[in-house]
Design a protein around this ligand. Sequence first.
Ligand code: UDP
Ligand code: MG
Length: 314
Amino acid sequence: MLSIVVPCFNEQESLPYFVKEVEEVTSTLAHSVEYIFVNDGSKDHTLESLRELYEKMPDRVRYISFSKNFGKESALYAGLQAARGDLITLMDADLQDPPELLPQMIERIETSDVDCVGTRRQDRNGEPAIRSFFARLFYKLVNKFGDTEMIDGARDFRLMTRPMVDSILAMSEYNRFSKGIFSWVGFNTEYISYENRERVAGDTSWSFWSLFKYSIDGIVNFSDAPLTLAALVGAFSCIVAVLALIFIIIRALLFGDPTSGWPSLVSIILLMGGIQLLFLGIIGKYIGKIFLETKKRPIYIVKETEEDLKKEEK
Ligand code: UDP
Ligand code: MG
């Protein structure tokens, strides 16, 4: 069986297109299919659409509705937990993940020892230039300094085998960063490239600021390189300070001590203060993550599933 996990946040407009197109593709497959829609606290009529979908195809559609917006990462986790298939795929509801790649991905996974077929965008067409620039910078940084490889342009759209999904589910951390998790669990992953697509309807829920925070999470959740950097900069400035001190003492002994140079002193104090605050902030970021992690809060809270609908009808 193939499970299709679909996180939905305000997707009432995209859902009909999505189901139609995916149905067209999956009807050509030999596999039985189940959809698991995760309604991530949508403010529009996504939940109503999901109820209707369930009524229409009760043997294929399941849904989970959260009590509020928990974010796509939580939605993916909930969907993977609910999935019962031997092959599991993650797809966005906005058709930016082309369903027509699915047959090819399934064939690849079934005819070789690949455990996961991922997809990546060839280009960033239709994206603001500044966003592409920062995205590239992010991937350069994490791959240079982090221990977990992250592929530029890789999407969450991927087909995975049961063992890989089970190992992802075993990573029950609260601070979830899927791109890192997929890569961290290992397994053989292959990538298919395709041309970037615009979303079919609705709006993206990502602003520049939310992407920025997301990228900081990506770095902090999977690498302690910023802490190493803090230690290195600290050590470097200590060495410079000691050398400067020796220089000043010798100069005072040889040439006397005229009081001068306070502007440079002020600048140095400001610089050091700034660096200290910056690294305090970085350390604080890690402490914040520890704080959230130790609370052991649930990753998501379910308010309604198709089971509830079934009961109501009885
Ligand atoms: N999504 C979600 N919860 C959120 C934000 C997004 O479940 O808080 C879902 C959304 O419905 C879509 C997918 O995640 O199916 C990708 O979102 P979007 O298209 O806004 O992101 P983009 O494609 O621009 O990266
Ligand atoms: Mg999208």
